[in-house]
Design a protein around this ligand. Structure first.
Ligand code: FA5
Length: 354
């Protein structure tokens, strides 16, 4: 085959291969095969040495024309393939703006959080501060500073998770009272509520959990009386369970308050007649309270002759159970979305009281 025939053949083959290259990768291979350092067009130049001198310029020109034709065909194919791939990408990624949007699943505030926030709002409105303490607490603040020395039998009322002999998971929110009073260095007034988690070695059942929440309340000032406590708790009961609720105080015992009371609210379901919610008594127990024991005031550095105070401690878990008709406290902690979802509707309706 003559050099010219060879050239024509290479050009024809190359242009065919370029037209058939269906990807940029294949096209690149074609380019290397014909125009690369060891490519076929580059190889044509090597024929020059066999040609008579006078034919060399024309031959060189022809090879350059072939190189140029192939280069141009490759560039055109390259541009075509790039456009193709862009079109394909645009088609794949196109957004149909007419499709309906996807619903975002909204959560709802946990019923316990709702109850705690509702109680906090009431007391903030009455000028109380919110103070939080430590869930891992010293025996001193959990018991001793509350008039419960090491050997006191009333410690049994709050079976405890001890970490060391002197450190435990707090069994109530009352240590926050002791710590706050100590910080105030004997100067009133103190007007606080203390929400938080507490822990007891109670066996779990429908109304007991080993971890639950409490909200403590404490007011210390000159001239604080039992009637102040009663008025405050009446307001709380009405705010939580309805404006026509009444409360009653029954004598009780807490080492840190004297006198101590259990506080009942008239049943919101049967209005005091007797039903399954109030166990046919017409009353529901909601919290413990009393006048701060002089020993507790003195241990925290307050002069008990000048200052007096009241304190109360409630369990929002039990209050939320009553408010929302929840029959098992464990629902609060198992995070079953079917349970939690029900409170979305309550929230959407903006309900606050039962
Ligand atoms: C106390 O813990 C006192 N510190 C409350 C107090 C504070 C009294 C200030 C006087 C002055 P008690 O042990 O009764 O009291 O608990 C208070 C509330 O916590 C109970 O009324 C109940 O609602 C809740 N509670 C107690 N044990 C559990 C439990 N295992 N699971 C869920 N709630 C509980």
């Amino acid at each position: 085959m003559s050099h010219t025939d060879e050239m024509v053949q290479i050009k024809t083959e190359a242009l065919g291969a370029i037209q058939h290259a269906d990807s940029e990768k294949v096209l690149q291979d074609v380019k290397v095969k014909y125009l690369g350092k060891k490519g076929l067009v580059t190889g044509l130049m090597k024929n020059m040495k066999d040609l008579p001198k006078e034919e060399k310029p024309a031959y060189g020109q022809q090879v350059n024309d072939v190189r140029q034709a192939i280069t141009q065909a490759i560039d055109e194919r390259q541009a075509y393939l790039a456009e193709e791939s862009l079109n394909q990408q645009l088609a794949e990624e196109s957004i149909d703006v007419t499709l309906p949007g996807r619903q975002i699943a909204n959560g709802a505030t946990h019923p316990l959080t709702r109850t705690i926030e509702e109680i906090e709002d009431l007391f903030l409105g009455l000028g109380y501060e919110i103070v939080t303490g430590y869930e891992v607490e010293q025996d001193y603040y959990n018991f001793e500073a509350l008039n419960l020395p090491k050997s006191h039998p009333a410690r049994d009322m709050q079976d405890s998770f001890y970490i060391t002999e002197d450190i435990l998971m707090r069994t109530h929110t009352s240590p926050v009272q002791a710590r706050t009073m100590e910080k105030r260095k004997g100067k009133g007034p103190v007007k606080i509520i203390c929400p938080g988690k507490v822990y007891r070695r109670d066996s779990d059942d429908a109304t007991h959990s080993h971890q639950f929440t409490q909200i403590e309340g404490l007011v210390v000032d000159e001239n604080i009386k039992m009637s102040d406590l009663k008025g405050t708790l009446e307001l709380l009961a009405k705010s939580l369970f309805g404006a026509d609720r009444e409360i009653r105080l029954r004598p009780s015992y807490f080492p840190f308050t004297e006198p101590s009371v259990e506080v009942d609210v008239s049943c919101f379901k049967c209005k005091g007649k007797g039903c399954n919610v109030c166990k046919q008594t017409g009353w529901i127990e909601i919290l413990g309270a009393g006048m701060v024991h002089p020993n507790v005031l003195e241990m925290a550095g307050f002069d008990s002759k000048r200052y007096s105070g009241f304190a109360f401690g409630m369990g929002p878990d039990r209050i939320a159970m009553l408010k929302y008709g929840i029959e098992d406290i464990r629902h609060f902690y198992t995070n079953d979305v079917r349970f939690l979802d029900q409170f979305k509707a309550v929230e959407d309706r903006g309900e606050t009281t039962c």
